[in-house]
Design a protein around this ligand. Structure first.
Ligand SMILES: *Cc1c(COP(=O)(O)O)cnc(C)c1O
Length: 355
């Protein structure tokens, strides 16, 4: 395994030394009061950081983010529902697939690279719920959560938001954005190892819970056990211990400081590469990531390949039709300006331009 590479991928992301140290410890036993206190603390901290309404709860799932998406669909949407899915890329499309698998009627809309600030695209559609990825990571478009939330509030739609790739680095407020169910996971902005995903449920979402036909993902069991700080099945104990540490750090520094740090790194990167033949793919970029298109006919995939093989730098390629058109650079996690300079210097060297 190549541990020495510099990673700028939208998951996994660089972790801090303290988080790595917790990961090096033995896994403690968890069916006891000490672990219950940790899980309860994580729940309280998460609810505060996303400004969840009173009596909201957090479901802790030992699985990657897609399981959080699937569990939300399976527990919150049924035969009587009709979901409006914002299908602006491969993560939006995953919600479409989930609706199909779970027999949920749905309408998919492609916002065509806009941030949905003008919610006209959502009008005139008959629905009971909205499924959206706050940051469509496949193309790096950040949607206007405030406008979308307002549309949901007016129409009475259950607003189900996958905020996996913008939580921590970009502003997120469940009350201000009228979010009913929020999906986040460990290995993006939280900068922890992959394997833990969380679904925050407001009292309104809890009121919508259906009798789920899955055992492992039945939210009602998680709510019951969670009341005493436990999960029905073995949780990702070590990642939860890392989460407790990370949330304490975010709360003490203030989440605004995390967002300002990501914004500063993103701006530093975007400004530094202006002399190169690259342009931003969208005008609606999050702090979390920059998506770039070559403007000189080069293949984006060739750039990704060269960065990896010549400079030990891993940025994210794209698949399908976008393979040659875009590549993505994440600014999440424990990255510094100095780390970012390594990538900037490599890009200048690759283009043969003096920095
Ligand atoms: C990373 C990500 C996910 C989760 O993907 P996994 O591979 O299951 O971790 C879901 N939604 C978005 C928008 C993401 O960026």
């Amino acid at each position: 395994m190549q541990y020495h590479k510099h990673i700028f991928t939208p998951g996994p992301v660089r972790m801090s030394e303290q988080i790595l140290r917790i990961g090096a410890e033995q896994t403690p036993y968890f069916r006891n009061d000490a672990f219950s206190a940790v899980l309860k603390q994580c729940e309280r901290d998460l609810l505060a950081l996303v400004n969840a309404p009173e009596n909201s709860r957090v479901i802790f799932l030992t699985a990657s983010g897609t399981a959080g998406m699937e569990a939300a669909v399976a527990n919150l949407l049924g035969e009587k529902d009709r979901a409006l899915v914002v299908d602006g890329g491969s993560f939006g499309h995953r919600f479409v697939e989930l609706c199909k698998r779970h027999g949920v009627g749905h309408t998919a809309v492609d916002p065509c690279g806009t941030n949905l600030g003008d919610t006209a695209a959502l009008n005139g559609i008959d629905a009971t719920a909205l499924l959206i990825n706050a940051h469509e990571t496949s193309v790096g478009v950040l949607y206007d959560l405030e406008a979308v939330g307002e549309a949901c509030r007016q129409k009475g739609w259950l607003n189900i938001v996958d905020a996996i790739s913008m939580f921590v680095t970009d502003p997120l407020d469940m009350q201000a954005h009228s979010i009913d169910a929020l999906i986040i996971s460990s290995h993006k902005g939280l900068a922890l190892p992959p394997g833990l995903s969380m679904v925050v449920l407001t009292p309104r979402a809890i009121g919508h819970l259906l009798s789920s036909n899955t055992l492992y993902f039945d939210f009602r069991n998680y709510l019951d056990d969670g009341a005493r700080g436990q999960t029905p099945y073995t949780p990702a104990v070590t990642i939860i211990l890392q989460l407790q540490h990370r949330l304490a750090q975010i709360r003490s520094d203030g989440i605004a400081a995390e967002q300002a740090k990501a914004a500063a790194i993103a701006t530093y990167f975007r400004d530094a590469i202006l002399p190169l033949s690259l342009k931003p793919y969208t005008g609606f970029m999050p702090n979390a990531m920059t998506t770039l298109s070559p403007t000189d006919g080069r293949s984006a995939f060739d750039i990704v390949h060269a960065l990896d093989t010549k400079y030990d730098i891993v940025v994210a390629p794209s698949g399908g039709a976008l393979r040659d058109r875009i590549f993505r650079v994440a600014h999440m996690g424990a990255v510094t300006h100095a780390d970012t300079d390594i990538l900037i210097d490599a890009l200048f060297d690759y283009y043969g331009v003096k920095r």
